[in-house]
Structures are given as structure tokens and as C-alpha cells.
Write a protein that binds this ligand. Structure first.
Ligand code: URA
Length: 254
């Protein structure tokens, strides 16, 4: 890590992600400040129509949450006592952003700052997420919704237990149903496993399109992990380029 990058990180401002050329071009460059090997852009993608896997997925489980509108859903999340995470939270963190967004980013669960402020990804990892999104021309609040697999902070920022993600799943499921995003980006393992309903290893699952009920899902590393493992930033960059290319294709902008 360069001295400048180290200083920016200490200040909570780095790492900085910059796009060297427009996304969707023939070649894409690694982020300016990324360490490790230079990232290469993934090949152009074929966006699947509804796949066989999607078609065979079970219909949404009937839950009272499944009929809520956005405001009632947020109220239900704020008052939820479905698992033990409610006991130590300051507040639940439903999600933030454009309720008609094409993009949905899903993280793991709120940390201390999110618990304090009631908004996802506002701490250190959130700063990196904002920078990652900016690198592919996405700005918080504009055409993007940000949510978490669990809506209440796991004590000590531990990984949520399967029972906790399961208890919270109807909320994320309803958020997706209301939003109908064109593309979902799963940040880290708990988010990926929740969405894909299977064991996931990020190293193996990244770099390809998965499917959630006909919506393409791209799996990548969690920003908090990337803050600790700079060498994987190049891979996350490739995943973001894949995400942008996929979105361009879905919008017919290729
Ligand atoms: N990490 C997450 O997964 N979500 C947040 O909201 C904050 C940090």
C-alpha cells in the first residue's frame, strides 16, 4: 500500500476507486488505487432470460410481510421482534434509496454506525461501497437501493446466524418484490447465501451471473473484507465491471 493510500485509509477516505475509461468500452482498467495484479475486464456477458433454475424455484412463501407496501414494510422491520437481534439493537435498519431503482446492493447486516444512524453502509465499509459504486457511475440515492440480509446489528458485528438471516428473509424478499430491480449485487457471503439459498464461496461464485427468480445476481466481496484484503480489490473491480456491463445490456445500452 502506498503512503498516500495508507494516509487516506487512516482518515477513513480511502481506498479510492477511479474508472480509467467509460464502463462498457472494449477494455476496462483496474481502479487507480487498487493494489495487486491489474484487473482485466470480464468478457461481454449474455444476460440470461428466466433460467430453468428460476422457473423451478418455489413461489414466495406466504407471509403477512408479502403483501406490505413500502411504508408498512419499513414499519414492520422497525418493530420486528422475530429473532434475538432485536434485543441489543438501537434501531432496525430497513434500507435506503430509490424505491424504483434498477440496482439493488445487499450487504450482511448493520454495524455500530448503521445501528446508530438507521441507514445501511454509513461507516468505513460504506465509504468504500460508495466509492465502488461511483466507479461504475452509481450514486447513493439515485437508481440504487441498499439493503442488508439482516436488518438489526449482530452484537460485536459478528456474522449473522442462519436462524437470524432466515427470520429476516421475508423482509428482503418483500423489498425485492416491491423494487423489482434489474440487477442485484450481493456483497459478501451471508448476502449471497441468503439470496441464492445455498452455500456460497465468494471466490468460486464471483465472476458469473446467478439468478434470483429471474433477476441476475452478481456476487462479490464485502467492502469490509476489501478494507482488510487489498489484493482482492482487483477481483471486486472485475465484478463491478461485469455488473455495469450486465446492466447496460439489460437496459439495451450496449
Ligand atoms: N456492513 C454491512 O453488511 N451492512 C451495513 O449496513 C454496514 C456494514
Amino acid at each position: 500500500m502506498s503512503r498516500r493510500e495508507a494516509i487516506l485509509r487512516e482518515m477513513g477516505l480511502g481506498p479510492i476507486w477511479k474508472l480509467r475509461q467509460p464502463v462498457g468500452g472494449d477494455t476496462a482498467a483496474a481502479p487507480a488505487a487498487a493494489s495487486g495484479p491489474g484487473a482485466t475486464a470480464p468478457a461481454p456477458v449474455d444476460v440470461p432470460a428466466v433460467t430453468a433454475a428460476a422457473a423451478s424455484m418455489p413461489a414466495p412463501v406466504a407471509s403477512p410481510v408479502a403483501s406490505l407496501d413500502w411504508d408498512d414494510l419499513e414499519n414492520a422491520i422497525r418493530g420486528c421482534r422475530a429473532c434475538g437481534l432485536c434485543q441489543q439493537r438501537k434501531q432496525a435498519v430497513p434500507g435506503v434509496g430509490d424505491r424504483q431503482a434498477d440496482w439493488l446492493f445487499v450487504g450482511e447486516g448493520p454495524g455500530a454506525e448503521e445501528d446508530e444512524r438507521g441507514e445501511p453502509f454509513v461507516g468505513q465499509a460504506g465509504k468504500l461501497l460508495d466509492a465502488m459504486m461511483a466507479a461504475i457511475d452509481i450514486k447513493r440515492g439515485e437508481d440504487v437501493y441498499i439493503a442488508n440480509a439482516v436488518k438489526c446489528r449482530p452484537p460485536g458485528n459478528r456474522t449473522p446466524e442462519p436462524e437470524e438471516t432466515a427470520a429476516c428473509w421475508p423482509y428482503l424478499e418483500r423489498q425485492i418484490a416491491l423494487l423489482q430491480p434489474k440487477l442485484i449485487v450481493a456483497l459478501g457471503r451471508p448476502a449471497a447465501q441468503t439470496l441464492l439459498q445455498q452455500e456460497v464461496k465468494i471466490g468460486a461464485a464471483r465472476g458469473q451471473l446467478h439468478d434470483y427468480r429471474g433477476i441476475p445476481v452478481i456476487v462479490t466481496y464485502h467492502p469490509a473484507y476489501l478494507l482488510r484484503n487489498l489484493t482482492d480489490k482487483a477481483k471486486a473491480w472485475e465484478d463491478l465491471v461485469l455488473a455495469r456491463r450486465t446492466m447496460n445490456k439489460l437496459k439495451g445500452n450496449t
